[in-house]
Design a binder for this molecule. Structure first.
Ligand SMILES: Nc1ncnc2c1ncn2[C@@H]1O[C@H](COP(=O)(O)OP(=O)(O)OP(=O)(O)O)[C@@H](O)[C@H]1O
Ligand SMILES: [Mg+2]
Length: 347
């Protein structure tokens, strides 16, 4: 006997996607996990096409071949630039590329939740939602901070501090999907630290040559705030020759330079909570994003907030994937019938 598979019987791949300024990550309910830098390159001319053998290149491969390509960072500043068609296309192609990878060659419908920067405008969210509809059967666009809270199962009286590449986003979660008033964005994420670090190294050691990529590597290996026992000694090239340099003070002061803004904005987010809830919110502060890996930053934020009573700052596990994991959890928990009504959660 042959069974006719109806549309609703057809298997679906459920995905959680986190579309960030610097990286886009995807997780599926079948265990696939993937991450790519959020950049798409198009060959500048026919030589580039010949060299690369294709008309579009994604992620690290695009960065590696940058001289032959015109690069687009579709979510630069956390939003799709509404004006440029190219940014829209790049966002479309990047997202589709990741979804295709996650399908692993299967001909299967895909549904899922897409997290976008909390500060993305409603227009940007609508744009992402409409482009996703072209290759996903059902999709819903949600703010990243909410996905993190969802994964932590902290949907009330909690504060998410997301130290990303472009910005630091601080969001109060108060039992509903966060509204623009619940969140603030500070333009001092990892890219800002990288720029300042590069400038400081060159100022202190003028003969040294560094590239932005190398500086980022130094930061990711050694970032810290507060005190550490061993000095940070790094090999740099000066006039072509390698030597070792002490970067302890430079790294410390630049990493610490983002903290006053975090504290100032934290206070305004705390004040957005009902006074009865502030005590609980202060015990539920979670740090995420790649910058949450800066050694000592959780303790330092906690220390600077001690005047406010008992404060607990917790670093999440797996900060690069937690948003994605929350998106997948939400996609699995929520019946797709409901999604049409809430295809963009949080205006
Ligand atoms: N150990 C580390 N110390 C300091 N910074 C780090 C470390 N590891 C990663 N980062 C930085 O974290 C940033 C990437 O974080 P994340 O992946 O959360 O960004 P994103 O979500 O793409 O950006 P955004 O949230 O601004 O859209 C980069 O600047 C990276 O250099
Ligand atoms: Mg992010």
């Amino acid at each position: 006997m042959t069974e006719n598979l109806t549309d609703s019987d057809k298997k679906q791949l459920v995905v959680g996607i986190d579309m960030g300024t610097s990286k886009t990550a995807i997780i599926t309910d079948t265990g696939f996990k993937g991450m790519i830098r959020s950049v798409v390159g198009y060959p500048k001319d026919i030589i580039g096409v010949k060299l690369l053998g294709k008309t579009q290149v994604f992620g690290e491969e695009a960065l590696k071949n940058h001289s032959a390509l015109r690069l687009y960072y579709p979510l630069e500043d956390g939003v799709i630039k509404d004006s440029g068609d190219k940014d829209y296309n790049a966002a479309y192609e990047l997202l589709k590329y990741m979804v295709d990878k996650a399908k692993q060659g299967q001909d299967i419908d895909v549904c899922g939740v897409i997290g976008v920067p909390s500060r993305a405008s409603h227009v940007s969210k609508e744009l992402i939602s409409s482009l996703a509809n072209e290759f996903m059967k059902t999709s819903m666009v949600v703010s990243q901070a909410f996905m993190v809270a969802y994964e932590l199962n902290k949907l009330n009286n909690c504060i998410i501090i997301d130290i990303g590449a472009g910005t630091i986003d601080i969001c109060g979660i108060r039992g509903t999907v966060p509204q623009p008033d619940d969140q603030v964005s500070i333009p001092k994420g990892g890219d800002y630290i990288d720029d300042r670090l590069e400038t400081a190294i060159v100022q202190q050691y003028p003969a040294v040559q560094v590239t932005p990529r190398y500086v980022r590597g130094i930061k990711e290996a050694h970032s810290f705030v507060g005190n550490i026992k061993e000095p940070i000694m790094v090999t740099l090239r000066s006039e072509g020759k390698p030597s070792t340099y002490d970067l302890t003070e430079i790294i410390k002061s630049i990493c610490e330079s983002i903290i006053p803004d975090i504290i100032e904005q934290m206070i305004s987010v705390i004040m957005g909570f009902d006074p009865d809830d502030q005590e609980e919110a202060l015990k539920n502060i979670y740090l995420t994003g790649g910058g949450s890996r800066i050694r000592g930053i959780d303790k330092e934020i906690q220390r600077l907030l001690t005047d406010y009573g008992e404060v607990r700052v917790t670093r999440v596990d797996d900060p690069e994937y937690i948003g994605c994991a929350g998106a997948l959890r939400m996609a699995r928990d929520m019946p797709p019938e409901y999604w049409d009504k809430v295809s963009i959660l949080g205006k």
